[in-house]
Write a protein that binds this ligand. Structure first.
Ligand SMILES: [Zn+2]
Length: 492
């Protein structure tokens, strides 16, 4: 891998077959946003791309949780022209087009991660950083223009960019980006939940996430073995699933989450969830066989020695450079992989299973047990103690209480510290005012989103005489966190 510097942007390149492919990569993604500004990085990307004329060579742009990339494949002169245009657009963003592009974003309805991976990350981190993954937030038409300008200035500059190329830099290549300081990436996002638990969510199928060192080869191999075993049992033997996927998310230089998720045939969610958990517990207890480890190592070797993965490897190195973790070459990684023993894989996975989160589709009861035989507890706000003493209490409208036992149980309690609600099902949720990440304004009514992943509707359909509750929310939560419900109606 070669390294150059063009206009203060590091350029990583290596020869690969086929036409020249360039990726201008910025070290920012959805995890750098807040609930209130969700989608702002994607909007910056769209605004920049909207300045391009019609191009006949392959080109694209994308935002994931960690990185934003602008990519082009074509003749060297086409790639040079593309990069020049993108850099100029980012340096002078056409913010006046935000209205139109937000409509395009709403139509695209893109997400920064697979919905099941996103749900796992929200259960792990709450509605912040990586945990923003499954949300669309207030909606693309509610992103403040100041947030667009701020995002562009903070992240889209030469100090936060790396260019990768599958060949030497072509003559005339310039990257006219503004100068800037690379954001500090030394910190690691703290987790909300460390102990193992299960939770239901609106996911297409069950998923399992563990928290740990992403550089740990044992853990990486364990996930690959688990994926292969699930493919064999859930897909090949029992025909319950089609897709079994692995995912990862970086919380900081020290680690993050590795996740595995499956789809489930309609009506088979329960079986697939049980299978996923049982296979994970079995792998943590007994470890893989020597053949399985050798098989996965061989697969990895073949993948990375394929010349077509050069672009991917360059992206990997750029990711390391931008996000502050140490890059190891393919050769070094493969050497390390060869040294991993089945027992190391088992140990790494058993350790990681202490932090396992199992997410299942709504209505699924996995009945899972930990390795020590204790029941895997239900996580999230199911653990919130009862309603507080004192505070102002609101009940369901009288007509609902007369006809519905659930409505008789429902409560909203407002204190100086925050909101509590008891659902018709009996579960209690709580959001401290200090932890509110967004207030969706309806006329009348408010929907309050909490950092802890609770969402409390303060709506007249649910509670009678809520005027004082609305006043309390509006007074306690800063005005900049309030927004009118999106005209696109796609807020969560
Ligand atoms: Zn809750």
């Amino acid at each position: 891998m070669h390294r150059d510097l063009i206009d203060d942007v590091p350029v990583l390149w290596a020869d690969a077959p086929g036409p020249l492919t360039a990726a201008l990569i910025f070290g920012c993604g959805a995890r750098d946003e807040t609930f209130r500004t969700l989608g702002v990085t994607h909007l910056v990307e769209h605004l920049a791309m909207s300045t391009l004329p019609r191009l006949h060579h392959e080109h694209n742009a994308q935002v994931d949780l960690e990185l934003t990339q602008f990519t082009a494949t074509g003749r060297p002169d086409q790639v040079v022209a593309f990069l020049d245009r993108v850099c100029r657009a980012l340096a002078d963003l056409p913010v006046d087009r935000a209205d139109r592009e937000s409509g395009v974003l709403a139509a695209e309805d893109g997400c920064a991660a697979h919905p099941t991976a996103g749900a796992l990350l929200t259960h792990r981190y709450g509605i912040q950083g990586l945990g923003l993954a499954p949300f669309s937030g207030p909606g693309p038409d509610r992103i403040p223009l100041d947030a667009v300008r701020d995002c562009a200035a903070r992240y889209f500059h030469a100090g936060n960019a790396v260019l990768t190329l599958t060949g030497p830099p072509p003559p005339g290549l310039r990257l006219p980006l503004p100068a800037g300081d690379r954001p500090d990436r030394s910190g690691t996002q703290p987790v909300l939940v460390t102990a193992s638990s299960w939770q239901e969510d609106t996911v297409p199928g069950p998923g399992l996430g563990v928290h740990g060192d992403l550089a740990d080869q044992g853990l990486q191999l364990a996930m690959a073995v688990l994926q292969e075993r699930l493919r064999e049992v859930a897909r090949n033997q029992r025909g319950l699933s089609y897709d079994v996927s692995c995912d990862r998310a970086l919380a900081g230089p020290d680690g993050g989450d590795r996740m595995i998720h499956l789809d489930a045939r309609d009506g088979e969610e329960q079986q697939v969830a049980e299978l996923l958990w049982q296979q994970a517990v079995l792998l943590a207890a007994e470890g893989p066989s020597a053949e399985e480890v050798a098989e996965e190592a061989e697969g990895t070797r073949e993948f990375f020695l394929d010349p077509r993965t050069v672009a991917l490897e360059l992206e990997f190195a750029a990711n390391a450079e931008l996000l502050g973790w140490s890059y190891r070459s393919v050769a070094d990684r493969l050497d390390l992989l060869d040294e991993v023993t089945p027992e190391q894989v088992r140990e790494a996975f058993a350790r990681a299973m202490d932090s396992a989160l199992l997410v299942v589709p709504i209505g699924t009861r996995p009945g899972a047990r930990r390795a020590d035989g204790t029941e895997l507890p239900e996580g999230g706000c199911a653990g919130t103690a009862g309603l507080p003493a004192g505070g102002r209490t609101f009940r369901a409208p009288l007509r609902d209480r007369l006809t519905d036992a659930g409505a008789r149980r429902a409560r909203l309690v407002v204190t100086g510290e925050g909101l509590w609600t008891r659902m018709p099902s009996g579960g209690v949720h709580h959001i401290a005012f200090a932890d509110v990440v967004g207030v969706e304004v309806h006329t009348p009514g408010r929907v309050v989103f909490g950092r802890n992943h609770c969402v409390i509707p303060v709506m007249p359909e649910l509670f009678a005489g809520i005027g004082p509750a609305l006043t309390a929310v509006d007074e306690a939560v800063p005005a900049e966190l309030h927004y009118p419900a999106s005209a696109f109606k796609n807020a969560d």
